[in-house]
Design a protein around this ligand. Structure first.
Ligand SMILES: Nc1ncnc2c1ncn2[C@@H]1O[C@H](COP(=O)(O)OP(=O)(O)OP(=O)(O)O)[C@@H](O)[C@H]1O
Ligand SMILES: [Mg+2]
Length: 227
């Protein structure tokens, strides 16, 4: 039995634009071990968000296979993929995707409700204290700054202790000091919970603190060592 939590094999994805075919991911393969923390870097438009969406089963690849533990995601129905994602994946979206009609606290607790999991007050408080959003719990997403929304999205992605955390530029809207704190929280929780964490970022200083750095170039990942 392999210890891989995630296996991507021979993934390709193209988008059609004005009758032209734009290949974005080309025969991309990548295996990630359980508990591994990976940084995904690459130029804007190289396909980082698309790849995270494919890993989460939000988008399907044109060809290839995505498996998380024993489950081959791209062979599931959309309903089953959604159920799988809710339970096992925490996703911090690049543009947050908070639900505007729910308060901050309701947004954060939503994954517990959807999965019928018990509320762990100590863990909730750890998350909101470490991201310094204690004062925002009864506000609504539209009244928050980008950086505040990003920290709420991070708490929501972690509250149900998923096996796999996908973080798309999770500190992109934060000042340097808050970014460092939030990044440390992500790493601490990943280690504590033995989570696998894949983090798309343009921040090489943060990327250099992960176990492995993968650069997305010309539709494939190449391993990279950072100083
Ligand atoms: N649904 C779609 N339809 C058409 N083109 C798309 C679609 N989704 C992504 N693309 C294109 O694929 C390319 C890669 O997009 P993606 O968002 O994955 O890049 P990225 O590496 O995350 O960039 P950034 O660093 O700016 O966030 C872009 O050129 C984008 O326009
Ligand atoms: Mg992106």
């Amino acid at each position: 039995m392999s210890a891989h939590l995630l296996a991507l094999s021979h993934i390709s994805k193209s988008f059609a634009e004005q009758h032209q075919h734009h290949p974005l991911l080309r025969d991309l393969s990548l295996c990630v071990n359980q508990g591994e923390v990976i940084a995904l870097i690459g130029a804007s438009g190289s396909g980082k968000s698309t790849l995270l969406n494919i890993i989460a089963g939000i988008e399907l690849p044109d060809t290839g296979m995505v498996s998380i533990e024993q489950t081959v995601l791209n062979q599931l129905s959309e309903t089953d993929r959604t159920a799988f994602r809710r339970q096992h994946v925490g996703f911090i979206f690049q543009f947050f995707n908070l639900l505007p009609t729910l308060s901050v606290k309701e947004n954060i607790l939503l994954p517990l409700q959807l999965n019928q999991l018990a509320y762990d007050q100590a863990f909730f408080e750890l998350l909101i204290n470490s991201t310094q959003i204690e004062q925002l719990l009864y506000r609504y997403p539209d009244d928050l700054s980008g950086g505040e929304q990003q920290r709420v999205a991070l708490c929501r992605a972690l509250i149900h202790r998923p096996r796999l955390v996908l973080a798309d530029e999770p500190t992109g809207s934060l000042d340097n000091e808050t970014a460092d704190q939030v990044f440390a929280l992500l790493l601490n929780i990943a280690h504590q919970e033995q989570q696998t964490l894949i983090l798309a970022t343009h921040n090489l200083q943060l990327a250099s603190q992960t176990d492995r750095v993968c650069r997305l170039v010309s539709g494939k990942v190449t391993e990279q060592s950072l100083p």
